[in-house]
Design a binder for this molecule. Sequence first.
Ligand code: TYD
Length: 203
Amino acid sequence: MATILKNFIVFEGLDGAGTTTQMQLLAEACDRQNRLCKATFEPTDKPLGRLVRSILKKQIVTTPLALALLYAADREDHLHNPIYGLVADLEAGKIVISDRYLYSSLAYQSVECDFERIASLNDFPSPEYIFFIDTPIEECIRRIAVRGDEAELFERSEFLSQVKENYERIFASLDEGITLVRIDGTLTKEEIALQVRKTLFSE
Ligand code: TYD
């Protein structure tokens, strides 16, 4: 069983589900309450994460397994980089909030790669909380279209429906000690943020 990192909180969901907004709203709530926190995301904005993003934007073509390895390398760096690694922030007493974590790799990369292979690449510590923003696929696709950018690699409804099935399977067998909170992604962003704060801070 993987170690659980206390005060490590992750948001998961399909593309367009609203995880980035919720990561930001929670970070703002922590600031207002003078709780030290670090808000972060994967793929990161560091060199390995930028490489991943150029693959998502279809500027570089590679294989699904090469991409899975890069996501895992970016995650290892995100956790343990000697300058900005988040484990050091947790050890220093901060709450760390991440928009996506290893559950994204398990759900997305296992559409095209062997699940066990992806799981072994992602033998990283677990977060204390996972907030799953459960937004219907049609709504996600609508929001992606409204953004107006060219569709990224995974932003297709058939792909996202497989990702959704994978998330459900993964969440059905989470290790003990990890708290999974599923929130209806059709609620307003304020309502979702309130549910998150109720869970964490008993507001
Ligand atoms: P994200 O940055 O959340 O999307 P955007 O900012 O474009 O809304 O994530 C980028 C994409 O990468 C998204 O399709 C989910 C995917 N992803 C994986 O496939 N595996 C992973 O491990 C992670 C972290 C993300």
